[in-house]
Design a protein around this ligand. Structure first.
Ligand SMILES: [Zn+2]
Length: 261
């Protein structure tokens, strides 16, 4: 049997050298398309250079909620990013009231600005949303913003979704895609497996969020896009379908949202 191919629709790299090495290693494992998400503008500038030398690497440029207070609002560099032909999304953007590294006002201001930018550039967005324990405030605020965004024709993925099934349905009504990562292999993450069963088949994406969230049996160590097949196997088991089916389905979905090869 030929090796199956997969995409990683959400990961991070600290440097071009690291991206070069890891993307090559991952290609050997059949990972033919990797979408690296920037956390800040300097991060996006590094990726903008890296994608020009790495065939299976694509990128998303944006300002992570943790970085929101440090962002001056200047988006002129996005024209250079788009000129590479490998800018496939605005991201990672969103809200994080769990860590609270940036004040909520800055987070919301930057999130709104990035959504408007995505609409003007006709790009999808990769959204991070994390709430405090026993709170749905971040989901409520994110839902309100994405409702307007999707009404204007915007398309989005909620990466690493870990909210309630009820909010998942509300986001799905807006046409959301959902990113499934190594958490699906964690022993106690029954909620993640429940969600993975519920996602509409045409809206599921595979992601690692590397270097974080390495799947079992690598949990706690450094994650890499090369581990995508472990996540795909877990997803296939949860949904009761073959690995081939997961490969085909998630590749098609990644192509539909991000137009990555
Ligand atoms: Zn991320």
């Amino acid at each position: 049997m030929n090796m199956l191919s997969f995409r990683d629709t959400h990961c991070h790299f600290d440097s071009e050298e690291l991206a070069l090495r890891i993307c090559a290693e991952s290609l050997d494992q059949g990972i033919t398309g990797i979408l690296a998400c920037a956390s800040s503008i300097p991060d996006a500038q590094m990726l903008c250079k890296a994608v020009q030398n790495i065939p299976n690497l694509f990128f998303a440029a944006g300002v992570h909620p943790h970085e929101a207070a440090n962002f001056d609002g200047d988006t002129a560099c996005f024209a250079d990013f788009a000129a590479t032909g490998k800018l496939k999304a605005v991201g990672e953007i969103g809200l994080d009231v769990y860590y609270d590294f940036a004040d909520h006002e800055s987070q919301l201001r930057v999130f709104r600005q990035m959504l408007d930018l995505a609409l003007s550039m006709n790009l999808p967005v990769s959204v991070h949303c994390r709430d405090k324990e026993d709170s749905e405030e971040a989901y409520r605020l994110t839902y309100d913003l994405l409702k307007d965004f999707s009404a204007s024709g915007g398309r989005f993925v909620i990466h690493s979704y870990s909210g309630s099934p009820a909010y998942m349905e509300r986001f799905a009504e807006l046409g959301a895609w959902f990113g499934v990562n190594g958490m699906i292999t964690f022993k106690k993450a029954e909620n993640i497996r429940t969600l993975a069963k519920l996602y509409p088949a045409d809206k599921i994406l595979l992601e690692t969020d590397a270097p974080y969230l390495a799947p079992v049996p690598h949990r706690g160590k450094e994650n890499t896009p090369a581990y995508i097949p472990l996540i795909a196997e877990a997803l296939a088991a949860v949904r009761g379908v073959s690995l081939e089916e997961i490969s085909e389905l998630t590749n098609r979905n990644a192509g539909n949202l991000f137009a990555i090869l």
